[in-house]
Design a binder for this molecule. Structure first.
Ligand code: ADP
Ligand code: MG
Length: 263
């Protein structure tokens, strides 16, 4: 049953397009176990919160992504791509691809699209696990802001008390572990600023580990891959990072001008 029934939990729930009970006045409520598993009873927990998606980007599917507008070709590619997410349950299947989303302009829908893909992956994981009688993982996907990671990293190395350094160091270790282990990862906003040798090492560690393990990653950036190579040149003249990223990764350039502040 579908449709926009405001008295149900349909519009809040990521399963709105796939659940047979969506919009059912007696079943599609905040007591639904699938809703609680995905979003927590409060709507602020569950797998979606564990994935660390920024607040404004949490309730997005490909179908209702605002960035779909005017980018039908890119979204047709993403629809086909999301159909490959079922491969996570087929150990012998071809690996799930990675994507590099970029545009020199901000506000073209890169983070929106990456978050929508991440949500689609969680939906595929959650529904696919239940169908197979498996318990869905707590963190099938993870969203990591490269900019935030870089700031934490710089704080861990800046002059300061040992306790502060240790706290930031622990945070970096935790983020690194999550980024390496998540079956599906978004690395948002690569290349906002040049990186130190030590931060290049952190990035390389994540990207190398994921490509070696055949784990899909969605990168977003305001630089082309060649631009990223130039930005990292001083610390990575051999282009090790960009080579690893290019490895079996589809590149999508977002056109147009900024849509920020439109809604
Ligand atoms: N094609 C679009 N049409 C309408 N709004 C859009 C479009 N793309 C993005 N937006 C809106 O613009 C804002 C910025 O999008 P975002 O994905 O954060 O941009 P980027 O990551 O490319 O800088 C968001 O509020 C988003 O909903
Ligand atoms: Mg962005």
């Amino acid at each position: 049953m579908s449709g926009n029934n405001a008295s149900t939990n349909e519009a809040n729930c990521l399963l709105r397009h796939v659940c047979k009970l969506a919009g059912d006045p007696t079943q599609c409520t905040r007591n639904c176990s699938a809703w609680i598993g995905l979003s927590g009873a409060s709507g602020q927990g569950g797998r979606i919160a564990a994935a660390n998606v920024p607040k404004g980007y949490r309730n997005l599917t490909l179908k209702d992504s605002p960035a779909r507008e005017g980018q039908s070709k890119i979204y047709a590619t993403f629809e086909r791509y999301s159909e490959t997410f079922g491969r996570q349950f087929q150990p012998d299947a071809e690996r799930i691809k990675s994507f590099y989303l970029w545009s020199a302009q901000p506000g073209t829908g890169k983070t929106t699209s990456a978050s929508s893909l991440l949500c689609e992956y969680i939906i595929a994981h959650y529904v696919g696990s239940l169908k197979r009688g498996l318990t869905p993982q707590q963190r099938p996907a993870y969203f990591l802001s490269v900019n935030a990671l870089q700031q934490t990293h710089n704080r861990a190395y800046a002059p300061g008390s040992q306790a502060t350094k240790e706290r930031y160091g622990d945070e970096i270790d935790r983020e690194l572990r999550r980024a390496k282990e998540a079956p599906f990862l978004v690395l948002d906003d690569l290349g906002i600023r040049a990186a130190t040798t030590s931060f290049i090492g952190v990035l390389y560690d994540i990207i190398d580990s994921r490509t070696t393990d055949d784990l899909p990653t969605i990168y977003t950036s305001n630089k082309s891959l060649d631009g990223l190579y130039d930005l990292f040149y001083d610390e990575d003249p051999e282009g090790k990072i960009v080579d690893r990223m290019r490895d079996q990764c589809a590149v999508v350039e977002f056109g147009g001008t900024s849509k920020r502040g439109r809604r």
